[in-house]
Design a protein around this ligand. Structure first.
Ligand SMILES: C[S@@+](CC[C@H](N)C(=O)[O-])C[C@H]1O[C@@H](n2cnc3c(N)ncnc32)[C@H](O)[C@@H]1O
Length: 305
């Protein structure tokens, strides 16, 4: 029996959904659209544009590859695509193709949600007139949108398994599961190591989480870690990049990308920054959290000695 879905409006008017099993909303209460725009689409475009992705891209056949991890209602991919199409920004990046690999265990939700999401006025260049089924196709599909080819594939699988099957390389990861405290198994060092394996030299990961466990793990894997815009009352999200973003570029981003504050840096040297671990991909969230508590206790004991 399929349960009733409870769509709700967020503060910017865009639709989100309640998830009773984790008692969380699918998006930031201040705006589902705003979150996708500020923490995923806009900073990724800005960095690619300003670091000269276009020159490299010409050599790669003009393709930008994205993993939309935990696709849900699809905002992160849909807002990026809309932003690229609006004013033909994709031409500024030299893009000929946008390839999206969507991963989520709830394919039915994606099929129900994408037409509703695209029917909203916040989408400027994309509308529900588009054949929405392309975003949820379980077989590879493609279509032409102006001079941009859109290629998609939806993997209706557990994120941990899906990532192991993918081959490098991808340029962007949008990592958007429910929160680390609730769905801990999707925030482990093993999951982030898969992204490290999959991401190109341009590779960047975006997530809404500002948790020291997440930032500490990403840094321990060799990523450069930055902070993204705080949407509403939140602390800001996280960007982890293979490239270094210099101070001038951060300043030019007008608040899209920041260095971590001194306080945030300091927390990355504490037990709060220890990773969640799930070496065989078999632990429950609770087991992972409990094991980390033991590791944190050891960390503190060793520090005292
Ligand atoms: C916070 S919502 C994602 C919101 C989404 N990015 C959007 O823009 O609407 C989290 C998503 O994680 C999915 N999910 C939960 N467990 C998962 C798993 N083990 N593997 C992949 N996806 C999972 C849920 O079905 C849900 O759609």
């Amino acid at each position: 029996m399929t349960r009733e879905r409870e769509y709700v409006a967020t503060a910017d008017g865009s639709l989100s959904l309640k998830e009773p099993s984790v008692k969380e909303l699918y998006h930031n209460l201040h705006g589902a659209y705003a979150e996708a725009f500020e923490d995923y689409a806009r900073p990724s475009f800005f960095v690619l544009d300003r670091l000269g992705f276009a020159q490299d891209l010409a050599r790669e056949g003009g393709r930008l590859t994205v993993i939309d991890a935990c696709f849900g209602l699809g905002y992160n991919s849909l807002v990026l695509l809309d932003y690229l199409l609006e004013q033909e920004r994709y031409k500024q990046l030299g893009l000929k193709e946008l390839q999206i690999c969507a991963i989520d265990t709830d394919h039915d939700l994606a099929c129900d949600a994408v037409p509703r999401v695209l029917a909203q006025p916040c989408f400027q260049a994309l509308s529900s007139d588009i054949d929405c089924s392309i975003f949820t196709s379980l077989e590879p599909r493609s279509m032409q949108l102006g001079d941009l080819k859109l290629s998609t594939l939806f993997l209706n699988q557990d994120l941990r398994l899906a990532l192991k099957q993918l081959e490098p390389t991808y340029d962007l990861v949008f990592h958007d599961p429910f929160s680390p405290r609730k769905v801990t198994e999707l925030w482990t060092i093993e999951v982030f190591s898969q992204y490290k394996r999959l991401l190109s030299a341009w590779g960047m990961l975006f997530t809404y989480s500002a948790a020291p466990a997440v930032r500490g793990t990403l840094r321990s894997l060799g990523f450069n870690v930055y902070k993204t815009t705080a949407v509403g009352g939140k602390k800001g999200g996280t960007m982890a990049a293979n490239k270094t973003i210099d101070k001038d570029l951060m300043q030019a981003s007008n608040g899209l990308i920041y260095e971590l504050s001194e306080e945030e840096e300091a927390r990355l040297s504490t037990s709060s920054a220890l990773p969640y671990r799930d070496p065989d991909g078999t632990f429950s969230g609770e087991e992972i959290r409990n094991n980390r508590l033991l590791e944190q206790a050891d960390f503190l004991k060793n520090k005292k000695n």
